[in-house]
Ligand binder design. Structure first.
Ligand SMILES: NC(=O)c1ccc[n+]([C@@H]2O[C@H](COP(=O)([O-])OP(=O)(O)OC[C@H]3O[C@@H](n4cnc5c(N)ncnc54)[C@H](O)[C@@H]3O)[C@@H](O)[C@H]2O)c1
Length: 250
């Protein structure tokens, strides 16, 4: 996809897993990437790996994305460092697996803070620049659980991922006339640390129920991000793309 060359992106929660895969694949296609995560050591190792593999510029930010002032500071640093931000991938997420009886109110708020509210912080900080340049691609990682409630998902997690779908459909309407698209990706089970917290039996059930007879890889989601981030996807907005091996069809 030639049209990604020369773009600049922020990917949240990108020290490992899907975020790392997305950052690497974007960089391989000529995008300078800003990666951020709470896991500072892993983040620096990932930055080194991306620089060595692709030769692209990589900016890192080790902070908690639920801190609005830290988000604003990072967005400012990335805008100065890259001169612009074309792509925002709201990827960071947490999924404490437990039944409703064990969810404390504080944890409910934390799940929504990381999985939903932090995306509002990032979008608010990034939109003025995107609007002035009349171009932007915002992609939020939801989940199959946000569409169907999930099979093993926790209640707060599924609810937060459903909120992500409404978030993109609303924001898309507010920014579309400025050349900015806002879309979601709803992955099925992807082989990362998050899915390894699910029992092997449950992951096998997912595989059996899939058309592809497999779990997904972080790169499978990254390739979908590449399309939605491209100039060619200008007419695709307020959409949810499922990347799930055919497990959920609607
Ligand atoms: N793995 C799956 O099967 C799957 C399926 C559907 C959706 N998702 C979604 O995909 C996204 C990526 O998940 P993953 O599987 O790579 O998970 P992961 O746990 O491997 O990675 C998530 C990253 O986000 C970071 N993070 C968490 N809270 C943070 C915070 N407050 N501030 C900064 N960074 C923070 C973590 O440190 C971690 O590096 C998440 O939004 C997740 O909900 C995952």
């Amino acid at each position: 996809m030639e049209s990604l060359k020369g773009m600049a992106a922020i990917i949240t929660g990108s020290a490992q897993g899907m975020g790392k895969g997305i950052a690497m694949v974007l960089a391989q296609r000529g995008v300078d990437v800003a990666i951020c995560d709470v896991k500072q050591d892993v983040l620096e190792a990932t930055a080194k790996e991306i620089r060595e593999a692709t030769g692209r510029k990589v900016i890192t930010g080790a902070f908690d994305i639920t801190d609005e002032s830290a988000v604003k500071k990072f967005v400012g640093e990335v805008e100065s460092g890259f001169g612009k931000i074309d792509i925002l991938v709201n990827n960071a997420g947490i999924h404490p697996l437990k039944p409703i009886e064990e969810i404390e109110s504080k944890e409910w708020d934390l799940v929504f803070a990381v999985n939903v509210k932090a995306s509002y912080y990032f979008c608010k900080a990034i939109l003025p620049g995107m609007r002035s340049r009349k171009f932007g691609r915002i992609i939020s990682i939801s989940s199959e659980a946000g569409k169907n409630g999930g099979t093993v998902a926790a209640l707060h997690y599924a609810a937060s991922k459903g909120a992500v779908l409404a978030f993109v459909r609303n924001l898309a309407q507010q920014v579309g006339a400025d050349g900015i698209t806002v879309n979601a990706i709803a992955p099925g089970r992807i082989a990362t640390a998050m899915s390894s917290a699910v029992s092997p039996e449950e992951n096998q059930k997912f595989i059996n129920n899939s058309i592809t007879k497999s779990l997904g890889k972080p790169e499978d989601v990254a390739y979908a991000v590449c399309y939605l981030a491209s100039r060619e996807a200008a007419f695709v907005t307020a959409e949810t793309m499922m990347v799930n091996g055919g497990t959920l069809r609607d």
